[in-house]
Design a protein around this ligand. Structure first.
Ligand code: UDP
Length: 444
């Protein structure tokens, strides 16, 4: 019985797709070694969104009941589609569920906890029971080390790598974000002597090392963890139509446009992007999403006549697109991306050159990292952060048509893709050894 011979690992991701996806991939990777039994703990709505058919036997889903809150709408178990100001309410509600979490800990009695940053109470409860707790970071190390550096040395020391910086309007925008920096660094500070991160040395080695220096813990890259091609969010009928549409286009002739699962474009941004795509004269697939509960007729937010004018060239996907299947397709030659970390890793994995248009939070620094790496060209905004349709169209064309530097971006991303695909599992074997050591040391 695996359950009694393996070491028991409890994993608790934050309630958003960008977190659940890499946590689940890490769970699968650990489960493949047959050395661990994984309890994957989240709210019912998140667990239901997981494709359970192919889940290995040594991963068990554990329901985490959230207390009801009058301030949250009924779909309150995930940040996807949640109005922005409710994020901190959700963090708080989650935090009020600590007694439920204590019960889970006591009944499962795991050998190890792998936790996310917005749940500082999870490692606290674990360590009071003598269970080691490890933080698993699901953002890039260039970003997290940049922000952690500024948190530790408030205004007194420059970040040692000049490629990573914030523009004035980005820094201002961040000051108005309701999430204070301490929220993000709780996980780093409360982690046992190691921290796992979904990246790899091939893309971010120097920043991984710098994060180790800053945190005085061993930061270990376990990525890139890319989700398997299909999720249950996907809709078979609609998805095959998109793939068929791509089948009929020329190689590398299309740009895929997506801003992730949590960012919603303003009306002004929608207009500007629509005009940019039209000006680029390229084929495109654009995922256009609105917050849950908002019934929007897209014709009312797009420029007049847009859908008619682009009907041969463009597809708009409302709600959820099969992103991995799209990026894998040979007709896709570029990805206009908000720079969510999973999207950046997926672009690398599939070798699709990036046009970056960071929107908020750590997306700016993720974009700077990708530009430094040579796998992206960033869309330049004016000094107030406004988009310009000619500029956007030009950058997209350069990347997709491989000119004015776009050809180098493509060459670089293909080179890195191959390097990452060819690397063996020795690094992950080391991680497994370390985790085993940590669990058993604690058991003695
Ligand atoms: N995603 C998708 N279809 C969509 C939007 C997003 O499959 O229409 C997936 C995407 O492939 C990625 C994840 O959802 O794996 C989004 O994570 P990311 O870190 O890129 O952005 P976030 O949503 O956290 O801003």
């Amino acid at each position: 019985d695996t359950n009694t011979t393996s070491l028991k690992v409890l994993m608790v991701p934050w309630l958003a797709h960008g977190h659940v996806i890499p946590y689940l991939e890490l769970a699968k990777k650990l489960s493949k070694t047959n050395l661990f039994f994984i309890y994957f703990c989240s709210t019912p709505i998140i667990l239901n969104s997981i494709n359970q058919e192919n889940l290995p036997k040594n991963i068990q889903l554990i329901e985490f009941p959230l207390p009801s809150s009058t301030q949250l709408p009924s779909h309150n178990h995930t940040t996807n589609g949640l109005p922005k100001n409710l994020l901190s309410t959700l963090i708080q509600t989650f935090g009020e569920a600590t007694s439920a979490f204590a019960k889970i800990l006591d009944s499962l009695n795991p050998d190890l906890l792998i936790f996310d940053g917005f749940q500082p109470w999870a490692p606290e409860l674990a360590s009071s029971r003598n269970i080691p707790a490890i933080h698993f970071l699901i953002v890039g190390s260039a970003s997290i080390s940049f922000f952690y550096h500024h948190y530790l040395y408030v205004g007194t020391r420059n970040f040692p790598f000049s490629a990573i910086f914030l523009k004035d309007y980005e820094a201002k925008q961040l000051q108005h974000n309701s999430l204070g920096p301490n929220v993000a660094f709780n996980g780093v500070e409360k982690s046992h002597d190691i921290i796992l991160i979904n990246t790899c040395n091939e893309i971010e080695g120097k920043y991984v090392d710098y994060l180790s220096t800053l945190s005085k813990k061993k930061v270990i890259p376990v990525g890139p963890l890319i989700r398997e091609l299909k999720t249950s969010m996907e809709n078979e009928g609609n998805d095959s139509k998109i793939i068929q549409w791509l089948d009929n286009k020329d190689e590398s002739s299309c740009v895929y446009v997506s801003f992730g699962s949590e960012y919603f474009l303003s009306k002004e941004e929608i207009e500007e992007i629509a005009h940019s795509l039209e000006l680029s004269e390229l084929n495109f697939i654009w995922v256009l999403r609105f917050p849950l509960g908002e019934e929007i007729n897209i014709e009312n937010v797009l420029p007049k006549g847009f859908l008619d004018r682009v009907k041969e060239k463009g597809v708009i996907v409302e709600k959820w697109a099969p992103q991995a299947r799209i990026l894998e397709h040979a007709s896709v030659g570029g990805f206009l991306c908000h720079c969510g970390w999973n999207s950046i890793l997926e672009s690398l994995h599939f070798g699709v050159p990036l046009v970056t248009m960071p929107m908020h939070l750590d997306q700016h620094t993720h974009s700077r990292m990708a530009v430094e790496l040579g796998t992206a060209m960033e869309v330049v905004r004016d000094e107030k952060g406004k988009l310009n349709r000619e500029e956007t169209a030009k950058v997209i064309r350069n990347v997709v048509m491989e000119k004015n530097g776009g050809e180098n971006v493509k060459a670089k991303i293909r080179e890195l893709r191959n390097k990452i695909r060819e690397k063996g599992e020795e690094e992950f074997d080391q991680v497994v050894k370390r985790l085993l050591h940590l669990c058993t040391k604690n058991k003695q």
